[in-house]
Design a protein around this ligand. Structure first.
Ligand code: KG4
Ligand code: ZN
Length: 370
């Protein structure tokens, strides 16, 4: 399978800098105060490589999405994902370096997501990073993919105030965390069944909207009435007030469609999408607002693919303004919400400064937690 069979590279990130500012050439890693980290990301169905300077400045950020390849199967096929990563990773790295305007030997370190994710997919990134680290004699930095998502806001915001509360909502994860100070993350709650993005994807599949379903439902919902159909909201008990469950709302949507079909009644797809989205968003927002209140947070951070959802952004802003005026809400631009390697290189920077390096025996950990 050639490179052109995977969808074409798309450039992501807030800033790219193919030509630097006259201080060339770099004499060596860190000699002029610059730390250049190559980030690699292959945990699911996006192959990504990025070069980030000093944990903040994105010099290149390339993502090759396999979405079109997996779309015909209605979800990610792990074997195909691994094979696609393998075919793309080397040329992506070459292009990321070229765009950044640096050569391999000028890198300070190689950072890679080593979990959580699909084991075969993760292994492509981990093996590539280890080989590069060995070949160019630069340190290897192991990055937790979830931590990278949580810190992706650091790429665009300079003065995040702590304590913060973070909501990480992606296709594989729904986690609410407390971040009392930079570098310290405590898990408050997570999903007990489907992740928020997974619920969007499964409902979209039933509606025939293709994969990934989140963006399609978001667009469809814009023309619908969120209060048209009352779908269940799982708040769970006091003990589990920060946990989530989305399998109930997903089943309710599927049942609703079957019932209408059985009675030969039409389904208003826009109203259905808007009502489903409203049910998911309300739970995400209310639990985050509750956590922000309990933790007396100065900041709320949204991350992960579902953080691109327009209703989630709007409702989170509205409810926080009502409940905690003055609190800051940040979410990355859409290209940094979904999987990318800039977030991997960014979160690796403090690890580089602390000289927290991984051994060449590093392995992929599919069920790695925060
Ligand atoms: O973070 P991500 O790229 O990959 C994982 O690590 O899972 O998230 C992908 C998920 C998919 O489930 C996709 O449907 C969802 O994010 N997503 C959205 C939107 N854009 C992407 N969900 C709701 N609304 C969106 N606008
Ligand atoms: Zn992710």
């Amino acid at each position: 399978m050639g490179r052109d069979k995977c969808s074409p590279y798309r450039r992501a990130g807030v800033e790219t800098c193919p030509v630097r500012d006259g201080t060339l050439p770099l004499q060596g890693p860190g000699r002029d105060g610059r730390v250049l980290i190559l980030g690699l990301e292959t945990s699911c169905d996006e192959t990504a490589a990025a070069v980030v300077e000093n944990g903040r400045r994105i010099l290149s950020n390339l993502v090759s999405s396999q979405v079109e390849i997996h779309a015909r199967f209605g979800g990610v096929v792990p074997e195909i994902a691994s094979r696609c990563h393998l075919e793309l990773i080397n040329s992506l790295i070459e292009q990321a370096l070229q765009e950044a305007g640096f050569s391999m030997s000028q890198l300070s370190a190689i950072a890679v997501s080593y979990g959580p994710g699909l084991v075969g997919a993760l292994l492509v990134g981990v093996s590539t990073a280890k080989a590069l680290s060995y070949a160019i004699r630069r340190p290897l930095i192991a990055v937790n993919h979830l931590e990278a998502h949580l810190y992706s806001n650091l790429l665009t915001v300079t003065d995040i105030k702590f304590p913060a509360v973070g909501l990480l909502v992606s296709g594989g994860h729904t986690s609410l965390v407390s971040i009392p100070q930079p570098g310290k993350i405590t898990l408050l709650g997570q999903t007990r069944d489907d992740a928020a993005g997974e619920a969007f994807d499964k409902v979209a599949r039933v509606l025939g909207l293709g994969y990934p379903g989140g963006p399609a439902i978001d667009t469809l919902a814009a023309g619908g009435e969120p209060a048209a159909i009352e779908f269940p909201r799982a708040y769970l008990g006091a003990e589990s007030r920060f946990d989530f469950s989305f399998s109930g709302v997903k089943s309710a949507v599927i049942n609703y469609i079957h019932n209408r079909k059985q009675r030969q009644e039409p389904v208003n797809l826009q109203d259905l999408a808007a009502s489903f989205q409203a049910a998911v968003v309300e739970v995400l927002v209310e639990k985050t607002v509750l956590a922000a209140r309990e933790k007396e947070a100065a900041t709320v951070l949204l991350e992960g693919g579902v953080a691109a959802n327009s209703a989630l952004r709007r409702e989170m802003g509205r409810r926080l303004r009502e409940e905690r005026p003055g609190i800051a809400l940040y979410y990355p631009p859409p290209e940094l919400c979904t999987d990318n390697a800039a977030m991997v290189a960014a979160v690796a920077y403090p690890q580089f400064l602390a000289q927290s390096f991984a051994p060449l025996s590093l392995n992929a950990i599919p069920y790695l937690e925060l």
